[in-house]
Ligand binder design. Structure first.
Ligand SMILES: Nc1nc2c(ncn2[C@@H]2O[C@H](COP(=O)(O)OP(=O)(O)O)[C@@H](O)[C@H]2O)c(=O)[nH]1
Ligand SMILES: [Mg+2]
Length: 432
């Protein structure tokens, strides 16, 4: 990471050409750059119409915003230039600004990294922002907005408060234990508050799965013997114009996935190689990947066709049997459809929508959704369990509670952040 005394500049809006393009600056040289481009400084936080000049040449005219530190997204002096979204305007401005002393182009996620380093956002809020930018469905947006707005942070603040109170009680007993005027026993209310906290952590741990399904999407594997009609079903759904988000070729040769938006929930349908014993090495690899997808899926659709010899379904749950090619002959299964005739598709999609709704949980958006959340919550809960089972008021009891606090602080990014940061910010786009 280059030193962050540099002032950074980037195009923060999307692909060019566009109606308006937003160029963002952050760092100590922002003010002289604005003065040199626009002749003077506009009133802080007031969009102001200005012509931007390089020497005597007017590059473009647009609205500019000047946001001096510390009341800005990054906490530094920042500015946003709303210019016409022309490739030539943006290129000449970026080139000219980046060449000024103390200036350089921003790296991916660098504005947000500075916001984090300056205490404007904690790590969970940074993650919420990343999720919000990438949100494709309504439930993803809702979940991300709550996390960005500090929903998890304030939950954690409440938990840490409880831990601090209990630790203060224990420390008081340790300090005065020689004097005999403070009883060695912890008040029942303190123990009860830690037990209650443990219950709340358990509920949060339980909700990570729901949060993950909203954030990453529900994975539905289309499985069955070769020729059962898996690819035809996927194609029919992809072409049906029903709720398609994206149809990306899979990263592996034999797996293709289509993303659907079912009632605001992201659902991936995953097509794969047919399952059967095979002599061919390439096909065996396809089967191995199919088995891995089945193991990873949140739901398996097991396809049975009237013209294909049946196989034993895999021993995974949940699994629905789907009879295909119903135009040829009826087949006993939980769902029946014909990709060719288009019948039964909407019933299957409706059932998938209900399944996704249950899996993602109705009600308030989950505050937790990541592996990092799960690890931190589990570590905190394990420390509370040690506290509860020890039942003591000594240094060990205080240490268990301190460990629980540390696990929660790690989640906020207050300690041990470096390795998390590099991964997280690299996933952001330039200009964010
Ligand atoms: N009559 C009929 N044929 C189908 C239907 N779906 C698929 N097929 C045919 O069944 C064969 C195998 O289909 P495919 O989707 O490639 O199966 P996969 O190997 O499971 O992916 C192809 O010849 C399809 O044209 C259907 O709904 N009705
Ligand atoms: Mg196929």
């Amino acid at each position: 990471m280059p030193p962050d005394t540099d002032t950074i500049v980037a195009l923060s809006s999307g692909a060019l050409p566009s109606g308006v393009a937003i160029i963002r600056l952050s760092g100590p040289q922002t003010k002289p750059v604005l003065e040199s481009l626009s002749g003077d400084l506009p009133v802080p936080r007031l969009l102001t119409l200005r012509s931007l000049r390089l020497g005597t040449d007017i590059i473009d005219t647009g609205l500019i915003a000047w946001m001096p530190a510390p009341h800005s997204f990054t906490g530094e002096d920042t500015a946003e230039l709303q210019m016409h979204g022309s490739p030539a305007v943006v290129r000449s401005l970026l080139r000219a600004i980046a060449a000024m002393p103390g200036l350089r182009l921003a790296e991916a996620g660098e504005f947000t990294r500075r916001a984090f380093l300056n205490g404007k956002l904690d790590l969970t809020e940074v993650e919420g922002l990343g999720d919000l930018i990438e949100a494709e469905t309504e439930t993803q947006r809702q979940q991300a907005v709550v996390r960005l707005a500090g929903g998890l942070s304030s939950q954690i603040a409440g938990w840490r408060e409880t831990l601090l109170d209990a630790r203060a009680e224990i420390e008081a007993r340790l300090d005065f234990s020689d004097e005999g005027d403070v009883s060695g026993e912890l008040p029942a209310s303190v123990v009860a508050s830690i037990e209650q906290l443990s219950v709340e952590l358990a509920a949060a741990i339980e909700s990570v799965g729901r949060g993950r399904i909203v954030r990453e999407g529900l994975r539905v594997a289309l499985a069955g013997p070769p020729n059962a009609g898996k690819s035809s079903l996927l194609n029919a759904l992809a072409k049906s114009d029903l709720a398609i988000v994206s149809d990306e070729p899979g990263t592996t040769r034999d797996v293709r996935e289509v993303a659907l938006d079912l009632g605001g929930r992201l659902v991936f349908l995953v097509d794969m190689a047919g399952l059967r014993e095979t002599e061919s090495r390439a096909e065996a690899e396809g089967v191995r990947r199919a088995e891995a997808e089945i193991a990873r899926a949140d739901l398996v659709l097991w396809l049975i066709a009237p013209d294909v010899a049946p196989l034993e379904p895999p021993q995974t749950q949940p699994l629905w049997t789907v009879g295909t090619k119903s135009d040829l002959a009826p087949i006993p299964a939980e769902y029946a459809l014909s990709a060719t005739a288009g019948s039964g598709l909407s019933e299957l999609l409706a059932a998938l929508g209900r399944f996704a709704e249950d899996a993602a949980g109705a009600g308030a958006p989950a505050l937790v959704s990541r592996e990092r959340d799960l690890l931190a919550l589990r570590a905190a809960q394990a420390a509370l369990d040690r506290f509860i089972s020890d039942g003591a008021t000594d240094e060990f009891a205080a240490e268990h509670l301190r460990q629980a606090s540390l696990a929660l602080e790690r989640l906020l990014g207050r300690i041990d952040t470096e390795h998390v940061l590099d991964r997280l910010f690299a996933a952001f786009c330039i200009g964010k």
